[in-house]
Ligand binder design. Structure first.
Ligand SMILES: *[C@@H]1O[C@H](CO)[C@@H](O)[C@H](O)[C@H]1NC(C)=O
Ligand SMILES: *[C@@H]1O[C@H](CO)[C@@H](O)[C@H](O)[C@H]1NC(C)=O
Ligand SMILES: *[C@@H]1O[C@H](CO)[C@@H](O)[C@H](O)[C@H]1NC(C)=O
Ligand SMILES: *[C@@H]1O[C@H](CO)[C@@H](O)[C@H](O)[C@H]1NC(C)=O
Ligand SMILES: *[C@@H]1O[C@H](CO)[C@@H](O)[C@H](O)[C@H]1NC(C)=O
Ligand SMILES: *[C@@H]1O[C@H](CO)[C@@H](O)[C@H](O)[C@H]1NC(C)=O
Ligand SMILES: *[C@@H]1O[C@H](CO)[C@@H](O)[C@H](O)[C@H]1NC(C)=O
Length: 240
């Protein structure tokens, strides 16, 4: 399996390719650049340029496995990974209304290089989103988001129908389709509060360091005095 994957990835690099959900499946091949999607399909929210499908796959009402190959692209040795769920079929394209229900905490994927790489990552037991319940027969869509270091994201989805755990229509999860390749690393992602919402002190040490890091020493003072104005101006400067 791995050698053929390596060959597929080598050719995929030519068309600027991205992630593949290997379990429980995907909407279809969106590793493409087309006239309609000149930057590549996978950059398109919410599902990488593919509309809702009707060849749904089955997934347990108690949550289950999600496996994917993240290395189908070049230029991104690291990425943040998000897994979300969207419920139902009353959305804009007969899929979910939105994909706003996180299933797993985001994490960082550490690839071996900036080149396309083989390798599979698998979360064997992804739960349902917090405070949600489903019943057998409900339809939903799982969305895998791979956030690149520049802030744009790659999207891939799979349309599912929930079934009871143990249902014979569920594809077996085993070491062939759910494993972690040794060349893919993982890092925790967390935030550090610099200034809490509503805080009154605007010149705390932490905040000063934050601006120093972001804007350089001299402008950190300006940034602190004028709030966000320099950030906005800085943004325009970059655009100009
Ligand atoms: C649904 O059909 C498409 C097009 O044939 C295929 O690429 C995709 O893998 C199928 N999805 C599932 C979950 O079987
Ligand atoms: C779920 O999706 C399938 C395939 O698109 C459809 O036939 C079925 O009616 C849907 N079920 C519900 C409850 O919407
Ligand atoms: C998002 O989807 C959920 C489930 O379908 C729905 O209850 C909620 O109203 C939606 N939120 C928005 C802002 O549309
Ligand atoms: C789930 O419900 C608990 C208890 O009501 C609440 O504290 C928590 O914020 C909820 N989580 C989400 C993601 O809505
Ligand atoms: C693992 O499960 C898949 C179906 O999901 C099956 O095709 C494959 O033969 C199984 N592999 C082993 C080693 O049992
Ligand atoms: C893969 O690694 C993640 C993160 O360490 C872990 O949660 C998961 O259980 C691993 N998958 C398998 C199949 O061991
Ligand atoms: C604000 O700064 C003053 C002086 O450094 C300090 O005494 C006070 O505890 C700070 N207040 C908060 C909410 O951090």
């Amino acid at each position: 399996m791995l050698p053929s994957l390596a060959i597929a990835i080598a050719s995929a690099a030519l068309v600027s390719a991205h992630t593949v959900i290997t379990y429980p499946g995907w909407r279809g091949d969106n590793l493409k650049t087309t006239d309609e999607f000149p930057y590549g399909m996978q950059w398109m929210y919410p599902c990488g340029g593919l509309k809702t499908t009707t060849n749904r796959t089955y997934w347990p009402t108690t949550g289950g496995a999600i496996a994917f190959q993240p290395g189908w692209f070049q230029g991104h040795a690291t990425a943040f990974i998000y897994v979300n769920l969207g419920f139902g079929t009353d959305g804009p394209d007969k899929g979910p209304k939105n994909m706003s229900f996180p299933m797993a905490p985001p994490f960082q994927l550490l690839g071996p290089s900036k080149n396309p790489y083989p390798g599979t990552f698998c979360l064997p037991q992804v739960p349902l989103p917090a405070n949600t319940t489903v019943k057998a027969g409900d339809n939903a869509t799982i969305q895998l988001v791979e956030l690149a270091i520049h802030g744009a994201a790659l999207y891939s989805c799979v349309d599912i129908t929930f079934v009871e755990p143990g249902d014979e229509r569920l594809a077996e999860v085993n070491e062939t389709n759910c494993f972690n390749s040794s060349d893919l690393g993982i890092a925790d992602v967390y935030t550090l509060t610099v200034r809490a919402s509503g805080a009154t002190n605007i010149t705390s040490d932490a905040e000063h360091r934050f601006y120093f890091f972001r804007r350089g020493g001299s402008r950190s003072v300006l940034a602190t005095l004028l709030g966000w104005a320099p950030v906005v101006l800085g943004g325009l400067w970059v655009l100009a």
